[in-house]
Structures are given as structure tokens and as C-alpha cells.
Design a protein around this ligand. Structure first.
Ligand code: GDP
Ligand code: MG
Length: 160
């Protein structure tokens, strides 16, 4: 797939990462994108987007019976979000580590939530929890043609 061909396409995953409306409002967009860029993942899709209610409900459908669900949908649709598709080997689990625990007070310092947030209901960023959900969520949030197929010149400096 890349470099000397030691990475095979089947091991490359994509994660759907989203900066939530609080992250946008608080001016944390650059800071959050920067963490994934600096780590060495490849940005394949990026847009600022006002999420409609039905899309928010579909995205979080596994949580629809939770008491916080209506508040969660209100939160996610309360302003623009930044939708991103990040690619790399192990990107799904690694992004979850970079993001930190769901409750920002329990998230380790050094993680996005650990450094930048204080409440579960305002935890600034979303990351897919499995490669399958990465695929599902990217297909849900991006339309045909919105992802870019490209190779970074940095790849040989990141992957041996
Ligand atoms: P995540 O994968 O770490 O984002 O966590 P979950 O998949 O469990 O929940 C999805 C999102 O729902 C979280 O990121 C929070 O924004 C929200 N959420 C989860 N649990 C709670 C809760 O107990 N209270 C509130 N207000 N929001 C919650
Ligand atoms: Mg989740």
C-alpha cells in the first residue's frame, strides 16, 4: 500500500473523527486536527458541516434508549461540526487513545479530552470505536467524491 510495500491494503483502517460543536465554538479545531496530523495519520476527508437531526440520530442509534439521548442529539446539532476521515494502520484504536476516556475528568492528561474538556456531555470530539464502525460512519457522514485519494510524501518517514 505504501512505502516499500510492507503495509498491505487490508491492514489499513479508517476512523471517523468529528470535532463536536463545543470544540468548534471554543476554537479548538486547529489544536485537535494538529494532534492527529502530528501523530502521523493520513487525512482523507475534512469538512465543516451543520448536522441535521436525523443524521445525528442515525450516528448515535445504539444510544437511542439512554436518558441522555435527546440532549446528545441537541448538542451534536447545536452548531457546526468538523467531519474527518483519518487513515492508517491501527488508526481506530490509536485515535481512541489520543481522544481519551468518554468522561473528560477520567481522561488522562495528554489526551484531547483530558487536556481540553471537563464534562461527558461536552467532550469535544468523537472517534469510531471499531474499524467496521469507522467504515459505517465515514459512509454516513461523507458523500461520494468527498474523500481524497492521495499519498503523503512523509509516509517513508513514518513507516519503515
Ligand atoms: P465515546 O465513544 O467515548 O464518545 O462514548 P459513547 O459512545 O459511550 O457515547 C457517545 C457520546 O454520548 C459521548 O461522547 C458523549 O458525548 C455522550 N454521552 C455518553 N454518555 C453520556 C452521559 O452519561 N451523559 C451525557 N450527557 N452524555 C453522554
Ligand atoms: Mg462511542
Amino acid at each position: 500500500r505504501v512505502s516499500a510495500g510492507r503495509i498491505v491494503a487490508s491492514s489499513v483502517e479508517q476512523s471517523y473523527i468529528m470535532i463536536k460543536p463545543d470544540g468548534v465554538q471554543r476554537g479548538l479545531v486547529g489544536e485537535i486536527i494538529s494532534r492527529f496530523e502530528k501523530k502521523g495519520f493520513l487525512l482523507k476527508g475534512l469538512k465543516l458541516f451543520q448536522c441535521p437531526k436525523d443524521l445525528a440520530q442515525e450516528h448515535y442509534k445504539d444510544l437511542k434508549d439512554k436518558p441522555f439521548f435527546p440532549g446528545l442529539i441537541e448538542y451534536i446539532t447545536s452548531g457546526p461540526v468538523v467531519c474527518m476521515a483519518w487513515e492508517g494502520v491501527g488508526v481506530v484504536a490509536s485515535a481512541r487513545k489520543l481522544i481519551g476516556a468518554t468522561n473528560p475528568l477520567q481522561a488522562e492528561p495528554g489526551t484531547i479530552r483530558g487536556d481540553l474538556a471537563v464534562q461527558t456531555g461536552r467532550n469535544v470530539v468523537h472517534g469510531s470505536d471499531s474499524p467496521d464502525n469507522g467504515k459505517r460512519e465515514i459512509a454516513l457522514w461523507f458523500k461520494e467524491g468527498e474523500l481524497c485519494e492521495w499519498e503523503s510524501v512523509l509516509t517513508p518517514w513514518l513507516i519503515e
